[in-house]
Design a binder for this molecule. Structure first.
Ligand code: MRU
Length: 337
């Protein structure tokens, strides 16, 4: 059984965050009693994945003590500064902000904020199951897919988006084989996706990122399925660095490229991918090769955490409200009424 990504401990009044930096070697939890502890856990990627950081941030707001308008303002600012690309973080903070505007009684607010964080958490699991059901219907009964990074239970409240599609396909009785990209430099594919799927007895094989195009040439790949951090109004999609290259290779080989994400990942206020802020992370993530040599300091390092896949490389976007097809600007406009 997979450990919970996030859990609220009612007795201790604390958010317990599965420390994903230690996986798969060690299953341990960070206990957060303050919004600052949650903010650091998000920044340092103890918790990661667009929906999961949104949920963690919501609990972070609920941990504000004492609750005053100024304290809440500081907490919202602090949590919003943690990671810039995944829009789910800002979506969840906006939901929490609305609660603070609607409830003025401080004693009541403490309770209502926690209830809202729990609701965001539970809703996310239900949403992922719907995404899974829609996405699974796109896959043949016997299929092989490639996924990148980790868009699984570990990246969400539970079940996962891209891996939710894979789980749902398996639950429907489909035979599914998964190739997981290792996902340099943080290795979410090798450390998290391969481990997560293996725990659920889903057929998974690990590959290096650079192997995916050759694999598409050698073997019948029925789809590439990935999650997303932010989808612009025209369908351009930010996801883990390496996704764009995978989409280019998929287009070249005629492999459908499927994005699985909740509606909260769509940013209707962002017209195209060029407007999506791309997080730049520390050089040491690239410089320090796990268990091996260190790249000399004189050699510069470029470390964008995400890239943007242009809408014209995407076959379908699977959401909890159904499957969107190109032209995505029209489909997304319809979705937001
Ligand atoms: O840097 P990370 O590990 O937070 O990046 C995660 C991804 O890119 C995921 O694919 C994305 O957030 C979707 S998770 C359902």
């Amino acid at each position: 059984m997979l450990p919970d990504t996030l859990r609220w401990n009612e007795e201790e009044r604390q958010l317990e965050i599965l420390d994903q930096r230690k996986l798969p070697k060690e299953v341990s939890y960070l206990c957060c009693k303050t919004p600052e502890e949650v903010a650091v856990a998000i920044e340092d990627m103890a918790v990661r994945g667009a929906p999961a950081i949104g949920i963690a941030a919501a609990y972070g707001v609920a941990l504000t003590r004492p609750i005053t308008k100024d304290a809440l303002d500081d907490v919202f600012l602090r949590l919003a500064r943690t990671r810039p690309t995944a829009v789910n973080l800002f979506w969840a903070l906006n939901r929490m902000r609305k609660v603070t505007e609607e409830v003025t009684d401080i004693a009541l607010l403490e309770r209502v904020l926690l209830e809202e964080a729990k609701r965001i958490h539970l809703e996310d699991i239900e949403i992922n199951k719907k995404i899974g059901a829609y996405g699974a219907s796109l896959l043949p009964n016997d299929c092989t897919v490639i996924t990148h990074c980790n868009a699984g239970a570990l990246a969400t409240g539970g079940y996962g988006t891209a891996l939710g599609v894979i789980r749902a396909a398996k639950d429907k009785g489909k035979r599914i084989k998964v190739y997981a990209d290792e996902t340099r430099p943080v290795l979410q594919g090798a450390r998290l996706t391969a481990w997560e799927l293996y725990q659920d007895q889903i057929d998974v094989t690990l590959i290096c990122d650079s192997m995916a195009p050759f694999l598409m040439k050698k073997e019948k790949i029925h789809a590439v399925i990935v999650g997303a951090d932010r989808i612009a109004k025209n369908g351009d999609t930010a996801n883990k660095i390496g996704t764009y290259g995978l989409a280019v290779a998929a287009k070249f080989h005629g492999v459908p490229f499927i994005v699985a994400a909740p509606v909260s990942t769509i940013d209707p206020g962002c017209s195209s991918g060029g407007k999506i802020p791309i997080e730049m992370r520390k050089e040491k993530e690239i410089r320090l090769l796990p268990g091996a040599m260190e790249v000399p300091q004189e050699i510069p390092v470029w470390n964008p955490a995400f890239d943007v896949t242009p809408a014209n490389l995407i076959t379908a976007i699977v959401t909890e409200k159904g499957v969107l097809y190109p032209p995505f600007d029209e489909a997304i406009s319809k979705l937001f009424g």
